[in-house]
Write a protein of this length. Structure first.
Lengths: 357, 357, 357, 357
């Protein structure tokens, strides 16, 4: 940590800062410049103590700022663990040379809808089935998901098709129910800083997919992942799903550079959700290819057998045909960057070329 | 709702849209323009059906957009209830001609700290004591609050000083415990879209202060309030606490125009948190005065008897002396806009002039 | 400056950084921590050399970051000049205990429109007349201003009413023409980083009002002001006019905390434009009062004798009656914070109460 | 256009709106709903008249909003011209099946630096040489470019290497000088709404590359392009270079979805600047591959023979070796999406693998 004192800092002020640093176990070193005095804190101290100290120092009127040198997370960092982590789901490795595709409807609506979706995405080469039983919705007037009934349908369809399931947990009290069905527990963007939930999934031993919050910095996203790891659960998958910016043409702004950054700063695998990331079905394929090209470890895509009659997110869902097209177009791009799919997409479909404007 | 069809919409496409509108109870009216065809949906239908329909229509390739005309909330709107609502706490009306001030430390640290803070803010004219027992913290390495022990201290100090308490609820499972202590339940910015929590506090009959999320639009904030009201709890107070923007000098960007907007769109009272809104103690007084001038109904301010030794948020906390100064400077500004404090601030303190640059 | 080297920095790498620092005139000091090595640069060197050096150091793979300690502007800073600067226009001091109000139409439309506006705002107590001859418009299909004809009208109306004029300069080639008419030259938000223009107005000896760019940080805004001061023109007035955020209810998000910050960091006067800041006429009065309360030195307000027939910005313009009401409501708020208007507003008008929701 | 009137609109108010619509040539159609009255404007009128009308209508207290149905640009839209446009530079087509790469230093520093850069990027397969003679810099204390001397060096090096040049124009008064050197005139992000400059380059007959402004929506970017086209110059290339968001890890947030959107909405070619888009050299290669995968028509990349001694933007510049690596890694990705480079990159260099974290 570096503490910057304003112009004209007195000896007494400098002494006060040094004493505070040393009181918690730092060594201190003082540089008196012409315009500023800078005091360096050398050593490693408890993070909780450090955070408190920074706030306290900044409350002193003569302290201009207290600047962190080390990043505020540890277990999820590349410095802590240099090799990339892989999260295993049903024998498949997320974060490996294989690119893992999770696909399915936004919400579980009915047995028939889910089964059609599952069979379709499986045929096209998906590795997991996504589908929400509990749905976080901005408006209280909107469909909120089938709840536990949805979980039962997910379990049935998973058994029938052999596809493992990823589904969202919104309430820690539902954890046990979700654990029975899900191969991966999803934490949604709106809950990225729901610490009750993060602590709950930190206690279990099951993969967790953590979506980046709408306005979360990459650093905060990694800190949220740290909450889970600290509990003892290191099977965390990060998911970039678009951030909120001033742009309104897209539902969110998909930040693919965050994939590159997260993979550099952390050893955890990173996947991309191009459906929420753009909010428009006709942008999903090109953004998925871009995600594959820049080094993402997989995709989470909304696919619906009949988007025009979906109960939610129809506007951003691919049809089964489009999804098959996505999988076929992904393959050469993955190959170009030295990666591959677990299942080669079937060639029986002859999809129309991607939506040209 | 208005549905816009792209150039060259066919009769069949127009018919499909009309049928979909009529199927849910709308009347439809078609305008064929030169460049676009616009189809209006007239009537009032269930919000859940409408939301789904919008998504479905937008999934049709020939539909350019489906535009809402009515705002997506009802119970919290001025149209639903024209008169401003007042929320009564201990005989004081929030949302009335009185300007209500809630002050105290970020976190409950100890009996002594809380008691000193409570006595100080009471003497200076505060109406409620704020203090966090459960703390949402970005980093898992940081102090997370005293939890239930903190609630007990709040209760004791409240009884000793006669100040009612506002404190944050983070986990629906703690609702009963919080209810025993709090006169107002606070929902934090990070939980503004934690629907589990919103539904829980919608079930009780106690005032709820709902902070605006870091990246929540005013519309989403009102929708979150609607979640609470729909449960039957209409004692909701909105709290603007700064939004996330590109500016880094301040911790957040305090959006005072949101106070004006929220009071125009909704009948609910609106208060301002200038401490989180700026993150800097020396900006709290001027921004508090501005909040009073533009029509806010009150303040939520962080005050600590010794910020330089606070366990959290020291950098944005006022000392007791500064808080007394704030109260004295608030009074004439409130008077200038036709409002007043419940308790005139004591004049015994002679605070230093506010930090001039 | 502080240079942070990654974990495991070698002696040679440390030496390279030290040599680079010393080559430009710094002394260097090395702290080897457990996780990072930090190298401090002590001394004052030319800003141009420093900027280049930071970029160069960050291009070295073993350098994690190079952190500035001093702010990247000088002449406009409070450190350079502790006392607040006042800019004198027609014998009135902007930045003094007087609060200066500049009002008038967005665009000059006709002699009659301008004259009615000028007489109205003068009667209500305005100090300057605003009005655009050159208009920056997002769309090329929109009215672009009357140009030089507009300047002539401004001159005539200024002479007739005795109100000095503030008007926008968009093209350095029009500088001489604008100088003949304007008492204050306005640089618009879109041109805040048009360095050609900044340099041009730095060469003249006339007050310049510099609007904050839509996405400019406070630091960048002050750097833009520095461009003008470096040319030798220190009569710069800063103007906060709203920044671009994710919120769409308002046209921009008026950042009043930037007023407080700019006045702390800089000695320059700061005024507020609540018209562009909100984009809605019914938010202009409350936000003006807030600006006065938090310490702004004046206002720049759009007023039109007939907004419903204005050629531009009708939606955010006050009528003359509303403007008179604003002036009357400003007075007690200014008094509450120890300031005053040059001209007391006339009491002859009995305006309707401000739009309550 | 659609005009929405508040609840309880009177017949007189409806009549006023209809009369205003009809006065400018629209037909009007009224829908009275239960909660709102909606008035549709049918027909095509002059854009300038329409813009003014929208503002005027919104100034009426009983009008809730006036909503555009058509996009506010025409010449640059896909509706105006369905086929993708190609811009020809030295016999190469930007916007064709070929992917065009423009590379070189941020700023022209010296003949030797420029020549080394030009030879290096040419050998690696670049199609154009980029290099700034006039530099827009945030700080007035920073290197501002060599100016006309830089133009001369660009001309010499262009002739020597045969690479056509792209360079930035900052001041309309330099247009002639820049035209003599540049095959493409660059308009920088900070000048995207410098209408003086846009009009100037609209008058010439030379390709213009228009960077997206830091906080410009896609719609505003296309409107800026429209300014150029309206002047008669339709050789416009759009360039996405990152937008300003809350994220601070990257210099800007590169918005690749804007490439997909711009290509859908407009017929103009779109290229990507991954150097400014990320601000970090080690993110340039993965983001370039992503740009190629999602359908961009080319790249504008900063390359410096010696970034550690560059006078500007060293931190985001590729070395010649890294650039050669980029070109080699681009080729298979382009092939995977059905595109190609004009020049196959030489295989003589054996670059190190891209920086793995």
């Amino acid at each position: 940590m570096i503490v910057v004192l304003g112009k004209g800092a007195t000896d007494e002020q400098i002494r006060e800062v040094c004493q505070r640093l040393e009181a918690v176990g730092y060594q201190s070193a003082v540089w008196r410049g012409v315009q500023r005095t800078v005091i360096g804190a050398i050593g490693i101290i408890d993070e909780q103590v450090k955070d408190r100290l920074i706030e306290q120092l900044e409350s002193l009127p003569f302290v201009e700022s207290a600047i962190r040198i080390l990043r505020p997370y540890k277990l999820v960092s590349r410095e802590w663990k240099e090799d990339s982590s892989e999260v295993t789901v049903n024998g498949k490795q997320i974060g490996s040379e294989y690119f893992v595709v999770m696909a399915g409807p936004c919400a579980v609506e009915s047995r028939e809808q889910l089964l059609r979706a599952a069979r379709g995405v499986k045929a096209a080469g998906a590795d997991l089935l996504r589908g929400g039983a509990f749905k976080p919705r901005t408006s209280p007037h909107t469909f909120q998901g089938l709840g536990k009934e949805g979980l039962i349908l997910l379990k049935e369809v998973s058994e029938e098709t052999g596809l493992p399931v990823i589904t969202e947990l919104m309430d820690a009290r539902d954890l046990e129910d979700v654990m029975e069905v899900a191969a991966i527990i999803q934490i949604g963007a709106r809950n990225m800083q729901n610490y009750t939930l993060l602590r709950a999934v930190g206690q279990v031993r099951k993969p967790v997919l953590l979506k980046r919050g709408l306005s979360a910095t990459i650093e905060e996203w990694l800190q949220a992942a740290e909450y889970i790891c600290i509990g003892g659960n290191d099977q965390v998958i990060l998911c970039e799903r678009g951030i909120r910016t001033f742009e309104t043409y897209t539902r969110n702004t998909l930040d693919l550079s965050a994939v590159v950054a997260a993979k550099k700063l952390s050893h955890l695998p990173v996947v991309v959700d191009p459906s929420h990331g753009t909010g428009k079905w006709d942008m999903v394929i090109p953004m998925s290819l871009a995600a594959a090209a820049c080094g993402a470890d997989g995709l989470l895509v909304e696919v619906h057998p009949d988007p025009a009659n979906a109960v939610s997110d129809g506007a951003q869902s691919l049809t089964l045909e489009r999804f098959a097209e996505l999988m076929q177009r992904l393959q050469p791009v993955l190959q170009a960057v030295g990666r591959k799919l677990y299942q080669s997409p079937e060639k029986t479909l002859s999809p129309a070329p991607v939506a040209e404007p």
